[in-house]
Design a protein around this ligand. Structure first.
Ligand code: COA
Length: 159
């Protein structure tokens, strides 16, 4: 697939449920963003068919520009993944995707939303902090390149 074209600043990707036809583009974007920690395509396929999992994409002019996934089990929910194409980062797409996940977690009855984020992923950590997530703890060497994971939690009811 050719490189994604630049997006005019007035274009805002639209958030919608992820479907099977988005998988190839999501896999491509996931590899660009997460390298050694990227998921195998089979994992995305499995997630789309697993009960309690919900995935969304941010689409603009037929191109996937971002994606996010949620797992809900009773009162507990987890952010499975979130990523935004570098070409459109800093335009509110990540915040929209995270708001969609939080609303969906609350709508499915979850009270706690958890996530792990790389200690060196400053934009992601700032985004989560701005949404009200607080740090619960750390897992050393969690990622493929030995980077520490920061565990964060949001009380969904407090929103
Ligand atoms: C984290 C990520 C999803 C954010 O998406 P985005 O569309 O760029 O984010 P937004 O434009 O919605 O910005 C939301 C907030 O994130 C923070 N943020 C975004 N870019 C930032 C940067 N370069 N530096 C510091 N904070 C930043 C800010 O708090 C921002 O809020 P503000 O605009 O009110 O200041 C995106 O940077 C990304 O995909 N990063 C690589 C993959 C990754 O780390 N995913 C998270 C895995 S846990």
């Amino acid at each position: 697939m050719p490189p994604a074209p630049a997006v005019p600043p007035d274009h805002t990707p639209r958030i919608q449920p992820m479907r099977w036809w988005h998988v190839d583009e999501v896999v491509r974007l996931d590899r660009e963003l997460f390298a050694a920690d990227a998921w195998a395509p089979e994992l995305f396929w499995a997630e789309l068919t697993t009960a309690g999992r919900s995935y969304w994409v941010a689409e603009d002019a037929g191109r996937v520009r971002g994606f996010a996934g949620l797992a809900v089990s009773g009162p507990d929910a987890d952010v499975q993944t979130v990523g935004v194409d570098a070409a459109v980062q800093g335009r509110g797409v990540g915040r929209s995707l995270m708001s969609t996940l939080i609303d969906a977690a609350a709508g499915q009855g979850a009270t706690r939303l958890m996530l792990e984020v790389r200690e060196d992923a400053v934009p992601a950590r700032r985004l989560y902090e701005s949404l009200g997530f607080t740090v619960l703890g750390r897992r050393r060497g969690y990622y493929a390149d030995d980077v520490t994971a920061v565990l964060m939690r949001l009380d969904v009811r407090a929103r």
